[in-house]
Write a protein that binds this ligand. Sequence first.
Ligand SMILES: [Zn+2]
Length: 121
Amino acid sequence: MSKSDCIACEQCGGELKLFKEDGTQGLKCAGCDWSVVTTHVADIKLDEVEYNVGCVGDYKNEVHIRVVSEVAGCNFLVSRKKLQCGHFLVFIGQAEEVLRVRNALVSVGLVCSISPDFYWG
Ligand SMILES: [Zn+2]
């Protein structure tokens, strides 16, 4: 392996270890305190967790029904029925999509819950 293939510390040439905490991740040197944190925007693309998005809305509210229909990919009547049942699972996906979906739901007044804990946006 050539030297350029190794990821080594810029300061001391020591071994870098991957760390992940509270929605940030990056590389930390084992030998000194040098570390680099990947940016928030690039980071979300590295998040491979599959999130469950649940929501609660008003089945009499046409805007709520239309957004649910769009997000869940089902028709108007099915969406209304889902809303009628109370809290339901509307979407399963990865961080970037989940962020978009959550914003769409929240912007029209639906209440969202995401599991596991969602740190983005
Ligand atoms: Zn170092």
